[in-house]
Design a protein. Structure first.
Lengths: 365, 314
């Protein structure tokens, strides 16, 4: 840009008298504030990554790692062709015929779960590690195959009917957990960081030097959060449902209500955390202090039931536990709002306690 | 602009403000007339920012009275906010938002005012319309801050250190803009610790030190009040200690002699007589001259005369 000292534009004569009030069309302050929120968020690639991409990567990664696989074929070995043939009758055994030293080596290094050797008088000796479940299973399968090949007839006929229902898999457990975690993270980070940053930059002080109605500032966070919520939840849920066939058995409206209440509660918590903090570092520390325990105990990745009974009431009182329990009940069991009223109550209490305190403590500078 | 003939739009009486054990403003009185550009000049820590923020309704005074545009903060805050333009010392606007978007945001808070695009053109940021704030230079950011102060078509403009940290070219550009607003008849209160800025822009100046006004008047009056027209500064190398200062004081036209870090400052009324006499005297004392400068008396010299210190203690 040219840095000339001359000023183009208004001729001096026109400037001599103060110009009458001009009215350049202005949009509503709440709209402008909310748009600013979106612009700041959408133009921050890191924020986009953490809110949209990260939960999906996490879901995909964990979903694949913990997928329910068909029963594994077990690797076993033997040293005689007769035994090999007998063992091959069982489809669940992958049988190799090896020389004695090679079989020994394979067993020791865990490449096979079991080694079947001929014993004295036509007997069979199974060599395996009985502390290893695979070894024990291989023992049962191998023995069954050997006995059958030798002519055993089972006295009772048995048939299998298999149950592989969506809803009982790890990914089904995980998606509502990630959803709850995401709602917490984006409400607390989104609110906390933006507020502390604006305070640190003295932008808040500048805003209150204008006639901006102060509630609009906080309201703009609420509005942008609600819009973002739809996108965020839609993204993760859509991914879970389409890619992993995670069930969504509850009513979508109930699910939306749970998400909104969760977001409001965490928003209030974020506001409380950010009410006075002046540096990003202090805000970060506080947010992690609040969120970290919930990541662990609230049942995002594994059931909260695993913690001792003594602490269960405490864990159940945490907002993330309540949110995740309600989301799981809705999605996996198709529960209505009445059935998760306990969880909704917990979330509401967090909201009505945190929000007034946050407003009371809040500092604009 | 004759300040006495206009009615005061800002009246500050006996203002006091203390932060913990530090007294920032200590019984300050001010009157700023309509259409006047009034400057608060003083070193860092003199209480300028505290004073201006009390007038802006951002800080509450411990005691004293502020009347602005005939209104009071306690009763008319909403109305006052609509009529003031404020530029704070260290506002950082959001980096990711563009110039136009920032101005539009601030415009939306005011009932009346020019269109964002007109303000943007006025502060010469039209070319930067879609540039993000994070990529602007220091001078451009200050002009953006100015634009955000102007979007409400203010009757009273507060500028807190508008050119601090800018390079000389950007400062001159900002001065030109501020002079335009003066021509538009706006009343301006600005703080600065640059004497040249105050001399150039302000109709009247209050020199502040330790929360009090120690001098008040137009820059010309204030400079005239110390009764010197020029300042001669010289260094005499390592020999400064041996100088007979008493002899310098009795030289023709010298009113005051001060030493600072080996530099000798003479306040003189008649440069053309003092300088030859000074050179003669130094030759007589056998002192080698390593540096010699003269300049016309400025507000800086007023401050030095009144306090014995420089505005900027470097």
């Amino acid at each position: 840009m040219s840095d000339t000292t001359a000023i183009p534009g208004i001729p001096a004569k026109e400037m001599a008298a103060k110009a009458p009030r001009m009215d350049g069309a202005a949009s509503h302050p709440l709209v402008e504030l909310t748009l600013t929120r979106f612009r700041e968020f959408l133009r921050e690639p890191e924020a986009m990554f953490w809110v949209f991409i990260f939960p999906i990567l996490l879901a995909a990664g964990l979903g694949v790692a913990f997928r329910n696989r068909p029963a594994d074929v077990l690797k076993v070995a033997t040293v005689t062709p007769q035994l090999a043939q007998a063992l091959r009758q069982d489809k669940l055994l992958d049988v190799q015929q090896l020389s004695a030293p090679a079989a020994e080596e394979a067993l020791r290094t865990g490449k096979i779960a079991l080694l079947a050797e001929p014993g004295a008088d036509g007997a069979v000796v199974y060599r395996y590690d009985d502390t290893n479940p695979e070894g024990r299973t291989a023992r049962m399968l191998a023995d069954r195959a050997v006995e059958k090949a030798a002519g055993r007839v089972d006295p009772v006929a048995a048939a299998d009917r298999l149950l592989r229902e969506p809803g009982s898999r790890y990914i089904d457990f995980l998606i509502p957990g990630l959803l709850g975690m995401n709602l917490m993270g984006s409400a607390i980070w989104g609110m906390g960081f933006a507020i502390v940053d604006a305070r640190r930059r003295k932008l808040m002080k500048r805003l209150i030097a204008t006639p901006m109605p102060r509630p609009y500032y906080l309201l703009s966070f609420l509005l942008s959060r609600l819009v973002m919520l739809v996108i965020e939840v839609g993204f993760l849920l859509g991914f879970g449902v389409l890619v992993f066939k995670v069930p969504a058995r509850g009513s979508v409206i109930d699910l939306a209500a749970i998400c909104v209440l969760t977001s409001l509660s965490f928003g209030a918590l974020g506001l409380l955390i950010a009410s006075r903090v002046k540096t990003i570092e202090a805000a970060s520390g506080l947010m992690n202090l609040v969120m970290m325990p919930m990541w662990i105990v609230s049942g995002v990745f594994f059931s909260a039931q695993r913690f001792p009974d003594v602490v269960q009431p405490l864990i159940k009182a945490l907002p993330l536990t309540a949110a995740i329990d309600a989301l799981r009940a809705n999605m996996l069991q198709g529960a209505g709002l009445a059935q998760v009223s306990g969880q909704l109550l917990v979330l509401s209490v967090w909201l009505v306690v945190c929000f007034p305190i946050a407003l009371k403590l809040f500092r604009w500078r | 602009m004759p300040s006495t003939s206009t009615t005061a739009t800002l009246r500050v009486r006996n203002l006091r403000k203390a932060f913990k054990d530090v007294v920032a403003v200590d019984g300050l009185d001010l009157e700023v007339g309509a259409g006047e550009c009034f400057g608060l000049l003083g070193p860092n820590g003199a209480g300028k920012t505290t004073t201006i923020e009390i007038c802006e309704g951002l800080t509450e005074a411990d005691s004293g009275e502020v009347e602005l545009l005939g209104l009071h903060w306690s009763a008319n805050a909403g109305e006052l906010r609509q009529r003031l333009g404020i530029q704070l010392q260290e506002t950082q606007f959001p980096d990711k938002v563009t110039v136009f978007e920032t101005i539009s945001l601030f415009r939306s808070f005011f009932r009346h005012g020019p269109a964002p695009v007109d303000v943007m053109t006025l502060v010469q940021l039209a070319e930067k319309r879609n540039a993000r704030v994070g990529g602007l230079s220091g001078g451009q950011k200050q002009r953006l801050a100015l634009a955000c102060a102007l979007v409400g078509d203010p009757d009273f403009l507060f500028l807190d250190e508008p050119t601090t940290g800018l390079d000389p070219q950007a400062r001159r550009q900002l001065w030109d803009l501020i002079e335009q607003f003066k021509l538009q008849g706006r009343t301006i209160l600005l703080t600065t610790h640059y004497m040249d800025e105050a001399e150039r822009l302000c109709d009247r100046v209050a020199i502040m030190d330790h929360g009090k006004t120690i001098a008040l008047g137009s820059p010309r009056e204030l400079i005239a009040s110390i009764g010197v027209e020029h300042v001669v500064e010289f260094s005499a190398g390592g020999a400064a200690r041996a100088l007979e200062l008493a002899a310098l004081r009795s030289l023709e036209g010298v009113r005051e002699v001060q030493t600072q870090n080996g530099t000798v400052l003479l306040q003189v009324t008649a440069l053309h007589r003092t300088v030859p006499a000074l050179l003669g005297e130094l030759a007589r004392q056998g002192v080698p001259l390593t540096e010699l400068r003269t300049h016309s008396a400025s507000l800086e010299d007023v401050f030095v005369t009144l306090t014995g210190r420089h505005l900027r203690d470097e």
